[in-house]
Ligand binder design. Sequence first.
Ligand code: NDP
Ligand code: HSE
Length: 436
Amino acid sequence: MTSPVRLALLGCGTVGSDVVRLLHEQSADLAARIGAPLEIAGIAVRRLGRDRGDLPVDPALFTTDALGLIKRDDVDVVVEVVGGIEPARSWLVEALRAGKSVVTANKALLAEDGATLHDAAAEGGADLYYEASVAGAIPLLRPLRESLHGDRINQVTGIVNGTTNFILSAMDATGAGFAEALEEATELGYAEADPTADVEGFDAAAKAAILASLAFHTRVTAADVHREGITEVSAADVASAKAMGCTIKLLCIATRGADAAGRETVSVRVHPAMIPLTHPLASVGDAFNAVFVEAEAAGQLMFYGRGAGGAPTASAVLGDVVAVARNRLAGVHAASESAYADLPVRPMGEALTRYHISLDVADRPGVLEAVAGVFARHEVSIATVRQAPAGAGPGAELVIVTHVAPDAALAATVRQLRGLDIVRSVTSVLRVEGGA
Ligand code: NDP
Ligand code: HSE
């Protein structure tokens, strides 16, 4: 057998420790698949004294000098599972420019400044693989960047954050409010102590940027993604969705389309939305992820599985390690980033969507006409209207679902409705996706 492929592992937390375990448990199989054994040259961590349980690795391999480890001549592949922008970016640029293969799970860095990493990979003639950065164990980026390269992808719709899917699924199943469901998610270890990145949609927005870039051969960064989290989703919204035969999911939606001048553009957004129970994404419960891809020739494809957790994410990391190790032995590297399309990103106001709006209104003649007039003024067409007695008092509840319209027109309609004296309150506003 040929000489070993030597890895520098940066980070040994939730994901890194499972990378170590799997490397140990599957060493013979991995060596047979690659044609050379994999060896850990060193493991960079922040705290040398941290208790790492019964990790099957020589303690002498640990170091706090990540850069020194990367620069060592006997390191072929750098596996980064630390996270964050710096120092991860500097480390990976250093490795790639030196021609070392990089495998990373760092969605935040790829979404904020993937271009710098791709440029460094091109400069160094090195591999940059990042399957684990979106939807954990689910093989998704490789299909987008390789298997579907002969096709034209028009839309990617996904549930790409496990924590928020757990919370919304719990709200749907028990009628609990957001705070109560978040508490359960924290107790069960799904939500982190600071859940902001998940519940405010930052994590999903980073993944949306990576997916859109790959699907449409363009560069989309996290800053290009319209982002809304789930903190405002109420038990009343969930009940309204149920009444319509829908459920609420935090969706990432990346769409190719044309602007008013006919120029091809992309629109990338993350927000909660109602989807019909018949939609394939509606049955994705618990902390699972799923991504629905619509391509011109392939039609509809669905990818489903565990989007987080040490072992599932380590599975994706190791798949990449095998790929880059094989490439090194063959003396090749994968084709560099394909961003030739260079598509402009459309503002959220131009995204086409539908709204579900619940209003608490005065119950008297002319109210329906006044409300309908606001929709008409903004050229928003109403699809259905349902009126029910209000829960308390003399008013009525109006539930209106629109046809598809630009988001800006829908938002302006809601703003004007809030100003009508016959509207006592706008109790729920949610987008509707997936053809309900
Ligand atoms: P953890 O916080 O569990 O682990 C981070 C590791 O990085 C720790 O070992 C820590 O050292 C080390 N580290 C932190 N700062 C430094 C530093 N300055 N120098 C050297 N080492 C450092 O993170 P995760 O394992 O959960 O996540 C790692 C990456 O994987 C992130 O990019 C994350 O977004 C991504 N990811 C995570 C998933 C998950 O389910 N956890 C799923 C998909 C992707 P020490 O052990 O000493 O504290
Ligand atoms: N916090 C993320 C989630 C981890 O809940 O999906 C995986 O990226």
